[in-house]
Design a protein around this ligand. Structure first.
Ligand code: FAD
Length: 477
């Protein structure tokens, strides 16, 4: 087969596609006129973890070829090309006293990719996800170019629509005003899950940003111990002398190269347990008002270039779930199950989301989101995550499509109940099914999947190792 081999950030499941450099909107429009069986898809910087930016046997438009462009008006409305990265936007906005309304854990995502995933940051409980701040989108669909505002159904089908409604070529984003490029951070180290949830529930609303780094390998009395950090943009008066002289300076360090590969067996339960212990201990028990740079607080992983290669040849996956408020028991049982199964997962991320938006497939909604990176390899991983997915569905939750590489299609409609409505809106813009992706085919997003069993069934619990907790389905609630 011709074309280039592509993977997501997790470096699993490579597939080949013909790459077309989207040098200008006319190239995009021309590519969408084709009716080849395998279709067309936009790709940004490939930071989606799974197969969302892959299109096996079809065409992939590389949107970075459009080039970055940013203009900012006096009200802080930025007009950006879809190829502009969050990094580009921060660099253009900060010197003028503006900041991005939402940033993910890396600056290396394009605006096109950010819209397609309706990305969230550490401020979802206050500011919502990205699309709450997008005023206008220019989208090229297979039926022609469209200018969309929040009053259009197609705007909301594109928000979190994983590139399947067309190709975003530009967007207008409302920035937020800041007076410095620093944040003032409060840190609390919690002893267990109850304390973690209590600290975050009681205090989050007093901070714009909040996140918990949760140790998903500790068990017993330490189950769910975390480092909770919460922050607000710092005022000039909070900065130390030399920083106050240039309060909007933004000069992140050049990333250090990651080791090209991890020696076989390095990422095992013992080494990751030791890493999690060290990570937990190095955090202050309680600290108030520590001044940190934007890179330190929002994008620590950007300091290591190509860190995703450190997981070795087999790659890794990220499992990110939403568990609605009121189902904290399920969250606890999931964390117990992960810890007792001894699945090697690095320190995970826990956030408290605020209300969702009108995006049919937008991921965030009121509840807790937990995200865990895990190296692919251990045989227990697939059955364990299948089992946990069912617990997520039973609690009314879902998994984040921008991170997914392995969800079973039978669960998708239960997780995203507005999928049929999304399909109708999408079909008006793409009646002949030109837009397509590996993710869409795997999950039956476009046409629906005909499951062998009409309803998701509770699967029997996988055999558990001695001393491990029984499967979630067998646990009393
Ligand atoms: C270290 C790390 C941390 C992250 N942290 C967060 C986080 O905190 N919050 C969060 O929400 N996400 C997070 N993500 C996920 C990331 O924000 C999303 O996957 C985002 O979509 C990646 O953007 P990209 O430019 O790399 O797009 P790609 O990965 O290339 O593509 C992702 C999707 O966007 C579509 N797409 C890309 N460009 C366009 C376009 N111009 N028009 C239409 N569709 C398009 C693709 O078809 C695909 O479906 C993180 C990822 C990494 C690697």
């Amino acid at each position: 087969m011709s074309g280039r081999s592509l993977t997501g950030w997790g470096r699993t499941s490579p597939t080949r596609a013909d790459l077309v450099a989207a040098t200008d909107p006319a190239v995009v429009a021309h590519a969408l006129e084709q009716t080849g069986r395998r279709g067309v898809l936009a790709r940004g910087l490939g930071r989606a973890y799974g197969d969302a930016a892959q299109n096996a046997g079809g065409t992939v438009l590389t949107i970075t070829s459009l080039g970055a462009s940013v203009t900012i008006d006096g009200r802080g409305i930025a007009t950006v090309s879809a190829a502009t990265t969050i990094d580009d936007l921060i660099r253009a906005a900060l010197p003028r006293g503006w900041f991005v309304p939402v940033t993910p854990g890396t600056r290396q995502v394009t605006i096109g990719g950010a819209v397609a995933a309706d990305i969230h940051g550490k401020n979802h409980h206050v500011d919502g996800s990205l699309m709450a701040h997008v005023r206008r989108l220019s989208l090229i669909t297979p039926t022609g170019p469209r200018t969309l505002t929040p009053s259009d159904a197609l705007f909301w089908a594109t928000a979190g629509g994983m590139g399947l409604t067309g190709v975003v070529v530009s967007a207008e984003v409302a920035l937020i005003p800041v007076t410095t490029s620093r944040v003032a951070v409060d840190t609390d180290r919690t002893a267990d899950l109850e304390e973690t949830l209590a600290v975050m529930s009681d205090g989050d609303d007093g901070f714009r940003y909040s996140v918990g780094w949760i140790d998903c390998l500790s068990r017993g009395a330490r189950l769910g111990r975390s480092i909770v950090t919460r922050a607000d943009h710092a005022g000039v008066e909070a900065l130390p002398g030399e920083a106050a002289a240039d309060p909007l300076a933004f000069a992140p360090r050049r990333p250090l190269p990651a080791p090209p590969w991890a020696p076989g067996g390095l990422l095992n339960v013992a080494t990751i347990t030791a890493f999690n212990e060290a990570w937990y201990r190095r955090a202050p028990r309680r600290e108030r008002g520590a001044i940190q740079s934007i890179g330190q607080f929002f994008h620590p992983l950007d300091g290591i270039e190509g860190w995703n290669r450190a997981y070795g040849r087999r790659g890794f996956l990220q499992w990110q779930i939403l568990i609605p408020f009121g189902s904290e028991d399920t969250l606890r049982r999931i964390i117990e199950r992960l810890a007792s199964a001894r699945c090697p997962s690095f320190v995970g991320v826990l956030k408290r989301f605020g209300p969702g938006n009108a995006g049919h497939l937008s991921f965030p909604g009121p509840g807790w989101t937990l995200a865990l990176d895990m190296p692919v390899g251990p045989a227990v991983l697939g059955p364990l995550l299948d089992e946990l997915d069912e617990a997520v569905v039973s609690a009314g939750g879902r998994i984040y499509l921008a991170k997914d590489s392995r969800l079973r299609p039978q669960l998708i409609e239960a997780m995203y109940p507005r999928l049929p409505e999304w399909r109708r809106v999408r079909a008006e813009a793409d009646p002949h099914g030109v837009m397509n992706s590996d993710l869409a085919r795997r999950l039956g997003l476009l046409e629906g999947h005909r499951p062998a069993h009409p309803r998701p069934r509770a699967r029997p619990a996988a055999p558990t190792p001695a001393g491990a907790a029984p499967g979630l389905n067998t646990l009393p609630s």
